[in-house]
Design a protein around this ligand. Structure first.
Ligand SMILES: [Zn+2]
Length: 239
């Protein structure tokens, strides 16, 4: 994609191509529309999925990134179904953070029924910390992003805040649908196995529910470990 190698404001990490779209696609589209540079990093090529070859999935992922307005999308080619939090994987992610220097990082929420999502969450959390340690691989300048926003995939529990994404929801739907091998007819086996007959509606219902919590049509929820500084609560709740 054009823009590869560019520094960005936000990097969204996912285990599989389509994770960031499902969890935070409309948020990414919104930030890109507001003029921020967004990069997407998939840890695996999704080769263990029962549908779609890695090549097909790579093409779908690039198309989805264009729809969202991302400046680039990388794939770290870690083994699908076997993401580990060992040193080399951590440093691989830390190098990406040091090279592209985002203010905000997105990672999947740490509690999820898919082990890859859990491991990805742990991996990004550890890499975020280690990227800031100058004595680790000192040839690349240390850098630690300001915050990790954890997004939700299969499970959503407590959240820290919800972003109004109503105006960008159509882009999210298009980006998710661009993963045709997963969401087209016969796709999305994992959710079907859980008895979810209509996965796109499942995602939409969740995002509508999240929007309802803040009085908007659609919302995407995030959890952060940091305290959230608020300058003036009246700007949010004053009438
Ligand atoms: Zn996934």
């Amino acid at each position: 994609m054009a823009g590869k190698g560019e520094k960005v404001d936000i990097i969204a990490f996912g285990a599989h191509p389509d994770d960031v779209e499902i969890g935070a696609g409309a948020f990414l589209a919104k930030e890109a529309a507001l003029g921020y540079k967004v990069g997407i990093v998939d840890l695996t090529r999704g080769e263990m999925g029962s549908r779609g070859t890695p090549d097909i999935r790579a093409g779908e992922a690039d198309r989805a990134a264009q729809i969202l307005g991302a400046v680039w999308r990388l794939n770290l080619e870690m083994p699908d179904g076997n993401i580990s939090v060992e040193r080399e994987s951590v440093m691989k992610v830390a190098r990406v953070l040091r090279e592209y220097r985002p203010s905000i990082v997105l990672a999947p929420y740490w509690d999820d029924r898919h082990p890859d999502h859990v491991k990805t969450s742990q991996l990004i959390t550890e890499a975020h910390f280690k990227a800031g340690l100058q004595k680790l691989e000192p040839e690349l300048e240390a850098f630690r992003p300001n915050v990790i926003l954890y997004y939700f995939l299969n499970r959503m529990e407590k959240y820290s805040f919800i972003v109004d994404v109503s105006d960008y929801y159509r882009q999210k739907q298009e980006a998710v649908s661009a993963h045709h091998s997963q969401f087209g007819p016969g796709g999305l086996k994992p959710l079907a196995a859980l008895g979810v007959k209509a996965p796109l509606q499942f995602i939409e219902s969740r995002d509508r529910f999240q929007g309802a919590q803040i009085g908007t049509a659609y919302g995407e929820a995030f959890l952060v470990k940091n305290a959230i500084p608020i300058d003036d609560p009246m700007k949010i709740w004053g009438s």
